[in-house]
Write a protein that binds this ligand. Structure first.
Ligand code: 7PM
Length: 285
């Protein structure tokens, strides 16, 4: 369960790893006349951001080109590819780090693997037509996440009888489905999907009982960074959610999460190291 084979690189999950979020947003400077519709300027900025996160202690850079914000419209495949692939190409050539690709598109999974991606991270748990087969064909580790509904509608009326049991059942089924498709169990990561079709109470309960996901025997990823579960509880805007977010990081690490997905890498790495030191300390002199 503890060594991920991310293409050319390996990732040791004996200790908790921090995944830095690299958002690649639409580019207002694009002239549309290039192979990829992104300017050198925005590419340079993305590479610099990734390098900073690496210097701050991230071991994975998560590249996402599709906004999965509640209520967001879906972006076209071409748009998503135009945002993600140039950045991935630059990072593969210039930065020594494992990249993960936040996508549900089988076409992008295949292209990204060709360009050196290390992990496939799919908030739709390989649910799109052809996604499971595409992910399996890459031979890369996959992160499967729980979501109730779709990004467009998921926050309208989230409802569960027992949210922890239902998320656990779903993730168990996804591990089996991946294994049946030829993805080694040791290369599957599960994620409860904070904020994806969950009320504040659902999110708090999932974090409180995150250790129940460990029975699946695969690494758990936790992504709470700047999310509304923090904002709603503390009444804070996204740029004021770091302290609340760090509290969730400490709790997730204590409950056995092995990958922490965040915007604020430096502060998170400190919180993770501190938490792990306390957990590892044994009685002595
Ligand atoms: C707008 C709203 C943009 C929400 C982006 C988001 C997760 C993820 C995201 C997660 C995994 C965000 C989300 N969240 N992948 N991708 N787990 N595995 O807040 O929780 O970053 S996108």
């Amino acid at each position: 369960m503890s060594l991920l084979k991310c293409g050319k690189r390996k990732l040791d999950l004996h200790t908790t790893q921090v995944m830095g979020i690299l958002n690649v947003t639409p580019d207002s400077f694009s002239d549309g006349g290039h192979l990829y519709s992104q300017s050198t300027l925005s590419l340079d900025k993305a590479v610099k951001h990734a390098e900073q996160m690496l210097a701050d202690g991230a071991s994975i850079i998560d590249i996402g080109g599709e906004s999965t914000r509640p209520g967001a419209a879906e972006v076209s495949l071409q748009e998503e590819m135009d945002r993600v692939l140039p950045v991935l190409e630059r990072l593969s050539a210039e930065v020594d780090v494992v990249t993960s690709i936040d996508t549900s598109s089988p076409e992008l999974m295949r292209e990204a693997a060709q360009l050196g991606a290390g992990i496939i991270n799919d908030v739709r748990a390989l649910g799109r037509e052809g996604a499971l087969e595409a992910a399996a064909a890459t031979g890369l580790p996959v992160c499967v996440m729980h979501m109730q509904g779709s990004p467009a509608t998921m926050q309208r009326a989230p409802s569960y009888d027992d949210v922890v049991a239902e998320v656990l059942d779903f993730l168990r089924q996804q591990v089996e489905r991946c294994a049946a498709a030829g993805i080694d169990r040791s290369q599957v990561i599960v994620d409860p999907g904070f904020g994806f079709g969950k009320t504040l109470e659902h999110n708090l309960l999932l974090l409180q009982q995150m250790d129940r996901l460990l029975e699946l025997g695969v690494p758990v990823l936790s992504g709470t960074s700047r999310k509304s579960m923090i904002g709603n509880l503390l009444n804070r805007e996204p740029d004021q959610r770091l302290a609340g977010g760090l509290a969730t990081v400490v709790l997730a690490v204590e409950r056995g999460a092995r990958i922490i997905r965040v915007h604020d890498v430096a502060a998170t790495v400190d919180a993770v190291r501190m938490t792990e030191a306390v957990l590892a300390q044994s009685v002595g002199n």
